[in-house]
Design a protein around this ligand. Structure first.
Ligand code: GLY
Length: 353
């Protein structure tokens, strides 16, 4: 068992990582909660695979369990699905002393977390991420949200879970494209903070080797994220570093209707696009873009996209990273050395390329 503590005063919690952990969650949740009822919020991909196992584990520790399931996909991360989840929570009579568990990738985690943050003004919740992306990023740090037609994650909150239980064995059923999707975020952590992590990933030859090393990669990423969140829970400074590749990446995802590219694919393209430009400007060490492209391509991640710069600019204008006439970008000076880079909004076209 690998344990990482996210030290946030009264909101401190542990991230536990172990193969087989899914079947141990009942007793672990019982140590954290006196709840009578537990609601599992999941989606139509993950619930059939793992919902029953989690339910059995929780029921074995005395919880009365309800499973709430919605259609899988980013298109479900909206107000209508959130409303459906609230109605289900009300129907089973969940009280403020009960417990919510989110089971799945980023969508059940973000949407279920927002339901936990707001239903009855807040119910304890536990994240049980099942995709690599959720295991190394979205389940840690308390960002919960839904999308609006105007953009991703535009309605949300900061609401820390009571625990994050990560079972890397669940990645065995994750389609390869989504394993690589999560790996793009791991590569991002390497780029901004940890050259050794970047080199570890760059030295991996194939997916079997990747899965063999995944526990240590997850631990390294969660450690980086935990330290950043401890320093800047509310995303006003250092936490923005986690957005490397996201400003352009989100815009590309949105312009392509959230269907052409996965989140990690958008981030990969965004990291390359921006780094190519900052390298040309002399802000990034020569050769960095090539190293980034090489590792992304090894895991079948796209490194470029056809896009209309004007459309990308329009989407970026709505981005949360823009404030007034300025926008804060995250750039890397070299692999492992990210930094915030505040620029005038008018200067942005040069960074898009
Ligand atoms: N996914 C970025 C953050 O949690 O801040």
């Amino acid at each position: 068992m690998r344990t990482i503590t996210v030290a946030l005063g009264a909101k401190t919690y542990d991230i536990e990582i172990a193969a087989g952990l899914l079947d141990e969650i009942g007793p672990k949740a019982r140590q954290l909660s006196k709840a009578v009822k537990a609601a599992i919020i999941s989606d139509s991909n993950v619930d059939p695979l793992y919902g029953q196992r989690l339910e059995r584990s929780l029921a074995g520790s005395g919880f009365e369990v309800t499973r709430i399931v919605f259609a899988a996909g980013e298109q479900s991360k909206n107000l209508a699905t959130l409303g459906y989840v609230y109605d289900q929570l009300a129907e089973v009579g969940l009280t403020r002393s009960d417990l919510i568990l989110t089971l799945g990738g980023g969508v059940p985690g973000d949407l279920g977390g927002l339901a936990a943050a707001t239903f009855l003004r807040g119910i304890d919740f536990i994240q049980v991420p099942t995709s690599l992306l959720a295991q190394i990023d979205s389940s840690v740090g308390g960002k919960v949200a839904i999308d609006l037609p105007a953009g991703k994650n535009l309605v949300g909150s900061f609401y820390q879970p009571k625990a994050v239980f990560i079972d890397p064995a669940l990645l065995q059923t994750l389609p390869l494209r989504f394993l690589h999707d999560g790996l793009a975020e791991a590569i991002k952590y390497g780029c901004i903070r940890d050259a050794a992590l970047f080199e570890q990933i760059a030295a991996i030859d194939d997916d079997a080797e990747l899965l063999a090393q995944i526990d240590s990669i997850i631990e390294t990423c969660c450690n980086i994220k935990a330290r950043i969140v401890e320093n800047d829970e509310f995303d006003t400074g250092e936490r923005m570093m986690l957005n490397f590749g996201h400003t352009i990446g989100h815009a590309i995802e949105k312009c392509c209707g959230f269907t052409t590219y996965t989140h990690g694919e958008g981030v990969g393209i965004g990291m390359v696009q921006l780094t190519r430009q900052t390298e040309k400007m002399g802000l990034t060490a020569a050769g960095t873009t090539d190293r980034l492209v090489k590792v992304l391509q090894k895991f079948a991640l796209p490194v470029a996209a056809e896009f209309d710069p004007q459309e990308i600019l329009q989407v970026m204008a709505l981005d949360k990273k823009k404030s007034g006439k300025q926008i804060t970008l995250v750039i890397i000076e070299a692999i492992g050395a990210g930094r915030l880079h505040k620029i005038e909004w008018q200067a942005i076209p040069a960074y898009i390329g």
